[in-house]
Design a protein around this ligand. Structure first.
Ligand code: HEM
Length: 775
């Protein structure tokens, strides 16, 4: 019970922080804000689901080093760095000043005093002894024969079995079993045979998994710990009995003479077993899994590796020798490339013993935390060039075909400096063996399954936490959820928030709601409240008022000549000259902005008869357009926020609601100006041409007797009409973006191939050709 209420409390705090963050967030700001008490934690929590990629973004814009400020008094401040100069300084030249620290050891306490967790003298002793072991010829022979026989008697029969049965197999699980068995044989001499057709669950492997999953769940951790102790002591006592014949580390009584190591001490041997499993199992398995995933996306790389295998005449059987494998340079480059993009160990942690100044100029206090982001470093354009995100094994091959050397302060997947991975060579050899075996004999097809996208219904908070963490891809998640729930999904909001929503895409429901039972389904008062900036315009209204507005607009819209001529002249004098200007200058343009301006001008002329000229080379900011954008943003926010919260914001006058109020005032002011000018204009020219009438004029002249609910004398009616009509522009812009501008005949404009059109949301499109027509 205690753990459930703790969980609830944690979720409540988390949601509070997220809501707090949303409440005060500065829109479009990627950089985390440092709040008075909670520091940057709210942003961290909001970005948890995409923490790695968010880290890449932040480190890129902060010149490779970034200071994260945690909540006060929590000791959570951390310096994140991917600057190779800093890494060289921390991991190599000033190695002795940067330790893992006691915090790290506390977190990983179940792993005892193994090499991964220890520092200074104890680490030095362990390192020396393991280094001697790993480099020992006998160990190398033993590891080679172990890997060959695990492949031949373990992986291959299993893959054959799955291929014959046509069953889908979880490669990561398979690779995890392969590396687990291999490591355990190397360390203890016993084979746990977790890689077998039965795929049985090994209790030591399971305890390791539980230990990772259970970080923070003390009960699970202590159970896992007990399993470690029991299983390791079983291996140790069995080994002691046959110590003379044994092959692995545990026969080290004679070999290890270092004073801190006590091979007679079972605790030391237990920590050694766990350290090696920890270091070698999931790392290699994860690298192999990502590698095959990358291959599935890059068939050309697969073809090149297969060709390299053929060119080097590797026999089509298991058991290629080390020398043969060493010839496979391209494969090695591809493996490095995969671990550069997806390093199995994604973060490293260091703490300065004495305060210091890093080469980047950042001062670090003694005992402060430094996080080296291996994942982000592999993706830094400043370090790897503009194509940093691409999987390109070629970047590892020099002009003369040898492997390109990259300093480990830059390619850090296997760590850097004196603590460089001890199993690097072993891991690369094993990965090469597996890849050669699989590519020679099998075709791997990746099955793309939808991730579990169903939001959890929490007590009190409903599905709100699930929605908040998926906000960044809410559209795609809705597609998945609806697909998994037979096209209709009941969203449960927090209790008493009135946020329960039925989401449906069933065509029969849609027809029922929008057509056959139209009168029973209105937009409703809440919609009007959210869209209040649009007043009583056609977008917001229901029933009789809507019917009146619809009828009057329908009549007006039937005079289409004015809108056609407006669009044509904006195209000729606005859009086309601007696009040719950008094309001539080879400038990057924000296509969305250009289309918005084009549509804003045409719609505005169509409505008021005046041209705001937002579409010109100077790209001026037009206050009415800006106000509409701000209103749009606040409306989106209102949709996803509990009503009481945005109402509270409105009442206090903060965040997006503050923007909304300011924008509303602008809309009122500008509309009032146009309405009074238009009334004046109509008064002065009685018999104007109806065909070229703007909509505002038509509305002022509206025959009120035909529409009992419409009052053309009322400025508010005209204002609401103007603002609501402007919504059209957004719709048309979406359509323009979705399709190529491709109207044939007449004058053609060709943008130069390769012109980059920069779209909002970071999307870039390259135009091959833009054709526009003028009748
Ligand atoms: C693709 C596979 C592998 C990768 C990417 C990898 C990466 C790393 C990294 C990043 C570290 C530093 C960890 C830290 O200090 O927090 C490390 C350390 C270590 N690795 Fe690996 N590793 C791999 C496979 C292996 C294997 C198969 C073994 C053993 C058989 C192994 C043995 C070790 C050991 C003993 C250390 C500790 C070194 C020390 O602290 O001095 N690794 N490895």
């Amino acid at each position: 019970m205690a753990s459930i209420s703790l969980l609830e409390a944690s979720i409540a705090i988390l949601c509070f922080l997220i809501l707090f963050y949303l409440l005060f967030k500065k829109p479009h700001d990627r950089f985390p804000r440092n709040w008075p008490v909670v520091g940057m934690l709210p942003r961290l929590l909001v970005s948890l689901h995409q923490l790695y990629d968010y880290g890449v973004e932040i480190l890129e814009i902060s010149d490779l080093t970034f200071l994260f400020k945690g909540p006060r008094f929590f000791g959570m401040d951390m310096l994140f760095t991917v600057d190779p100069a800093n890494i060289l300084h921390i991991m190599s030249s000033n190695f002795s000043n940067y330790i893992k620290g006691s915090d790290f050891q506390d977190v990983f306490d179940v792993f005892g005093d193994g090499i991964i967790t220890t520092d200074s003298e104890l680490w030095k002793n362990l390192r020396k002894s393991y280094q001697a072991m790993v480099h020992h010829q006998e160990f190398q022979r033993f590891s080679m024969s172990t890997m060959i026989s695990k492949l031949k008697d373990g992986l291959v029969p299993l893959l054959n079995h799955f291929a014959e049965e046509g069953t889908t197999v979880d490669l990561q699980d398979l690779f995890g079993r392969l590396t687990f068995d291999t490591i355990l044989i190397l360390i203890t001499g016993s084979d746990p045979r977790s890689l077998s057709i039965e795929m049985h669950e090994d209790e030591l492997a399971k305890a390791l998994d539980d230990n990772w999953m259970g970080l923070g769940q003390e009960k699970k951790m202590s159970q896992a710990n007990a399993t470690f102790d029991r299983v390791c002591s079983k291996y140790i006592s069995a080994k002691r009995e046959e110590i003379i014949r044994s092959q692995g580390v545990l026969n080290g009584e004679a070999r290890y003479s270092h004073k801190l190591l006590k091979p007679s001490d079972d605790k030391f041997l237990r920590d050694t077993i766990l350290a090696f499993i920890l270091a070698g199992r999931d790392t290699t398995a994860s690298a192999l899994s990502w590698f095959f995933w990358l291959l599935s996306e890059n068939p050309i790389v697969v073809a090149k590796i297969r060709q390299e295998i053929i060119d080097n005449d590797l026999p089509r059987t298991t058991g290629n020798g080390q020398e043969n494998l060493d010839k496979l340079m391209y494969l090695q480059g591809a493996l490095f490339e995969a671990t550069r993009l997806y390093p199995p160990v994604s973060f490293g942690r260091k703490s300065p013993v004495k305060s210091d100044v890093l080469p980047s100029g950042h001062k670090v206090d003694a005992n402060s935390k430094i996080i080296i982001c291996l994942y982000a470093l592999g993706r830094m354009r400043a370090v790897w060039g503009e194509d940093a995100l691409q999987f390109k094994p070629e970047r590892w091959i020099t002009e003369n075909g040898s492997l390109r050397h990259e300093p480990s302060s830059k390619f850090i997947a296997f760590n850097s400096g004196p603590r460089t991975c001890l199993g690097k060579h072993l891991a690369i050899t094993q990965m090469k063996m597996v890849v050669v075996e699989i590519l020679q004999n099998y075709e791997v097809k990746v099955i793309k399954e939808n991730p579990k996208s169903y939001p959890w219904n929490w007590p009190v908070l409903g599905m709100l936490p699930g929605v908040l963490v998926r906000l960044h891809r809410i559209y795609d998640c809705s597609v998945e959820v609806l697909e998994n729930s037979n096209l209709t999904f009941q969203f449960k909001g927090p209790w008493f928030s009135g946020m329960d929503i039925l989401v449906t895409v069933v065509p029969a429901n849609i027809h029922y709601i929008l057509s056959s039972n139209f009168s029973n389904y209105i937009k409703g008062p809440e919609f009007q409240e959210i869209f209040e900036a649009y007043g009583d315009g056609i977008i917001n209204s229901d029933s009789e008022l809507w019917r009146n507005l619809r009828k009057s607009s329908q009549v007006i819209f039937s005079h289409q000549n004015f809108s056609k001529s407006t669009t044509r002249s904006k195209l000729k004098d606005g859009l086309l000259p601007l696009l040719s200007h950008f094309a001539d200058e080879e400038m990057v343009v924000d296509l969305q902005d250009v289309f918005q301006r084009f549509m804003f001008d045409t719609t505005f002329i169509f409505i008021t008869g005046s041209d705001p000229r937002s579409l010109s080379i100077e790209m001026p900011e037009v206050e009415f357009a800006k106000a509409l954008d701000d209103v749009g943003e606040a409306i989106v926010y209102r949709h996803i926020t509990p009503r009481f919260l945005w109402k509270l914001q409105k009442w206090i006058g903060i965040g997006t609601e503050k923007k909304m109020m300011k924008a509303n005032a602008v809309l009122d002011r500008v509309c009032a100006k146009y309405i009074s000018a238009k009334r004046e204009e109509i008064r002065s020219q009685e018999n104007a041409d109806e065909e070229s009438e703007d909509l505002l004029t038509s509305h002022i002249k509206l025959d009120a007797s035909k529409y009992e609910l419409l009052n053309p004398e009322d400025d508010k009616f005209l204002r609401d009409f103007t603002v609501a009509m402007d919504l059209m522009k957004t719709v048309i812009v979406e359509i323009l973006q979705a399709y190529e501008i491709n109207v044939v005949s007449g004058q053609k404009i060709e943008a130069k191939p390769g012109l980059i059109l920069h779209m909002k949301h970071g999307l870039k499109v390259t135009t091959a050709k833009i054709c526009c027509s003028l009748e």
